[in-house]
Unconditional design. Structure first.
Lengths: 186, 186, 186, 186
């Protein structure tokens, strides 16, 4: 896989959300320069910094200090002032309110949906990143139970295509699954 | 296909660039709140308004007044002040300079690469939207001839996944091709 | 979707198994001219006739007479003498033994795995056609419980590619999901 | 990628045609127990032996003796009596006539289409295996010029799907391109 230029300078610690999924999260949540975003868990911070580049402010929660350190490096590499990295547990508490977007990438993320709902403004969007189909089911059921609407699940296959003198074709191998993306609206 | 919420209120005239491709353009070009973007041709303006929501300013060129009228409606629906719709031909002239991004979605777009190169800052990105493989080849060869670097082509398959009581599965049918996306850097 | 020539003359009643999935069943089970195959349920008989064209004999079970009538028409269209259409319930009984292949395309097909196991020779293959992920899980667990080995699940995306004067590209839309195929060995 | 059981015992020399493509060739050409098949070039013989298992006779042409030796091993492993491996050049001559199927997997295979046409019965099928899009265009144009009908191109993405206690999902990476398959009829 060829990485977009902006991501090549970033550090990679724990499994990152790839640019293909970040792009679809941007387009499908409609995040904009006015948006306040909440992100959990931070991990290496690829999604957090990507959101920070296009939104008003991002608050990103992470439980583990060693991951936060990687994300902090990435924040500095891109010179972002509007990204607040927070050591904290969204299962227990999300401090912000009236957010436009909450993104969840962590185990058992359905348990954070109550706090996410409380943190969002009416009409705000939620995006879940879920590797397994069983997680998708649990997450969608919890979304509906929590009062979210328009739950919608997609998977993104981005295939690299070689353009060379000897001929054009897709690459032979590539990443054809990372996670299902689930979107819904408060 | 389920449309993201933000796009459901927009008008559709000529063939639009779908959110799946818009998202990948956002992530792969690294557009940000600081970015100046140039877009041609406008068409219904879906890409132009999507860029305007996350960047500093977008200048979008279109040859046909009836398309511009649709794009103007979409600009107003989203209340965007930082999108300038221009009746003009990028084959002849691009007035802006030091742009961070040029996006090209039109026939023979390779003929605009000279003007696009002139309009971009060093390190600025270009994104081409090209339905056919032959166009991809012509475009990539012209990119290289013009002095762009890192040309990279992808295709995006976004598959909707149903989560229902009767079971989970991808939808049976869907859009599995719109266009190849070609990215490069000045 | 463009149908292969051989299938264009066949009748379609209930949902058929498409040639893309039939092809993968042929290759992944390794059916040959020596093979004895058992198929349930028959439906329109597309899989049954496809198997009969390349194997020694096919016994195909169906519960509903109106489906059997369609399959019988398809059997005659192709002039197949080695396909026996049987009105019967594989949940209750499979009469044949020492079969090389059992294919299952019906609701709750995991309940037929005991009889399928009994009908197969040692080393014989089983193929399940399952639209939903939950069915896949149930089926694979039942396969393992029954003593089958090497359970392996795939999905097949066959994308049509247009080659025309105006340019080459995949078709815009198409069938990107029918069912998951699960294979295992006795 | 998990290989079907039947292929696991075969030798691999030069790049083989994978079972996913073999399966689609079987289904889309409608090869049957009555069919006479011509195959070129043999390579490791995976397609040749797969065809031989389900058809009357296969004649497979190869230019290089070291490849023929691998194919001969595979023929013996499967105990096939109805596969004739021939050292020969199909650009110059195909000795058989009234064949039901010709499969072509080699550089410049369009140059063999005249001889392939001569070798096929009326209504016989041809299948080309072509890695690059430019080859597809050349091949399809040559098919039409030669008088073949119904030219149709597909690509096959077979995605492995994991079913495990920790959850179900597609594998992360895999083979998402081997070659385009082109089918046509005399």
């Amino acid at each position: 896989m060829v990485y977009p230029h902006i991501y090549r300078k970033l550090k990679r610690g724990p499994q990152v959300i790839l640019p293909k999924d970040i792009g679809i999260i941007l387009a499908y949540t409609g995040v904009s320069k006015e948006s306040i975003c909440i992100d959990a868990g931070t991990g290496s911070g690829w999604l957090a910094v990507s959101l920070a580049r296009v939104s008003r402010h991002v608050y990103s929660y992470e439980l583990r200090e060693e991951f936060m350190a990687i994300a902090e490096k990435n924040r500095k590499i891109l010179g972002l002032e509007n990204l607040t990295l927070k050591l904290g547990n969204v299962f227990e508490r999300i401090e912000e309110t009236d957010a436009d977007l909450v993104t969840l990438d962590m185990s058992n993320s359905e348990r954070a949906l109550g706090n996410a709902y409380g943190a969002l403004r009416q009409g705000g969007m939620i995006a879940g990143y879920l590797p397994h189909t069983e997680q998708v089911k649990t997450f969608v059921e919890a979304l509906n139970a929590q009062g979210f609407s328009d739950a919608h699940t997609v998977e993104v296959i981005l295939r690299d295509f070689l353009v060379r003198k000897e001929g054009m074709r897709p690459t032979n191998m590539g990443v054809w699954h990372t996670a299902y993306l689930v979107f819904a609206r408060k």
